[in-house]
Ligand binder design. Sequence first.
Ligand code: ATP
Ligand code: MG
Length: 417
Amino acid sequence: MTKHIQAIRGMHDILPERIAIWHRIEDTARQVLSGYGYAEIRTPLVEVTDLFKRSIGEVTDIVEKEMYSFEDRNGDSLSLRPEGTASCVRAAIEHGLLVQPQRLWYRGPMFRYERPQRGRYRQFHQIGVEVFGLDGPDIDLEMILLTARLWRTLGLNGFRLEINSLGDPDERLAYREQLVAYLGAHADQLDADSCKRLHTNPLRVLDSKNPQTQKIVAAAPSLMDHLGEATRGHFERIRHGLDEAGVDYLVNPRLVRGLDYYNRTVFEWITDDLGAQGTVCAGGRYDGLVEQLGGRSTPAVGFAMGLERLVELLELAGHAAEPPVDAYLVAVGERAQQVAPMLAERLRDAVPALRLMTHCGGGSFKSQFKKADKSGARYALVLGEVELERDVFGVKPLREEGEQRELGFDELAAFLG
Ligand code: ATP
Ligand code: MG
């Protein structure tokens, strides 16, 4: 027997039985985002590898060990996108979008060669937002309020908002020196990864998951104490806005992000309901990235949320999948089967929102009715010799008690409409 080919580890099919929750998240996000004036952008899933190296940073988990890179037939190094920001920035520069402020959003699959586990996959999906050309705290605040609205609209609560400021590059540089001096003095107590990062990307040591390292980090100098007046003011304005809007938050001075390009504001929405993979949404400001990628200096801020984690949360909260159809048309006998497709089309004309599945493949009344029930439809519509004679449909509720009734075409359209 030939061996079945299976999907790649960490990459999953999303089967029809779960798709309703995906649609709910995607539709809600689209509604909320367009309600704030954001426009969708779609970029290719594959980019030249350099784009990610230059934006995400060479000394990051993503670029060091998580990218799906390969040689194109002409020898170019290409990569499946591990995140969406770099592509958005590239596209914005390439198409001259940066002459005015832009509020953009995107969605789609991302690829990272990580160890697959709950909430962490090799192909996963994000919805993300990038705003270009606005440098004030007002837009950072808008972004956080927008995500808060999204959770409310989805009926998700219990998320914790953590915020921090990473300062501007010069402030960070000064802080970095102190941090390296402090961590260097405790190097023998750091885990191996953190030791390595000490000289390449010391800020990342701050969010090490290693308990021993965390103890050392707890007493490290705080970046917050190294912020100048401007960055501090920016951060305070966001805090004030959140207070005014009644959005709870926690200032976490250890919150840094995995990617190099952030400055000033960073934030994460975190849940305790998903085990170790608790961050559902993360983002911040990255004012230097556009210039770093060859565009003219343009402030930017954005975030991305992980859809698999949101799907799991909604499922845990008991959001059942909605049945795919409202009505299932059963047609028994040759004549009924002949006219059924035409009558179904007329019904769809009359009730455009109707989700009507017609039985295909013939069979007895009993077997067709079983299929109707299995479809999850609320009503079975029955066409047999008797109904055709009388010019009516039999209408039988499937999800509640009730006798089969007879309705003429117009009555049925009104009933289903
Ligand atoms: P983490 O700390 O969980 O690795 P990250 O900092 O690598 O996250 P980002 O690159 O900021 O994550 O991505 C934003 C969001 O995308 C995350 O908060 C998470 O919800 C989701 N995400 C990231 N990587 C994965 C993955 N491998 N599988 C599923 N979701 C993911
Ligand atoms: Mg990661």
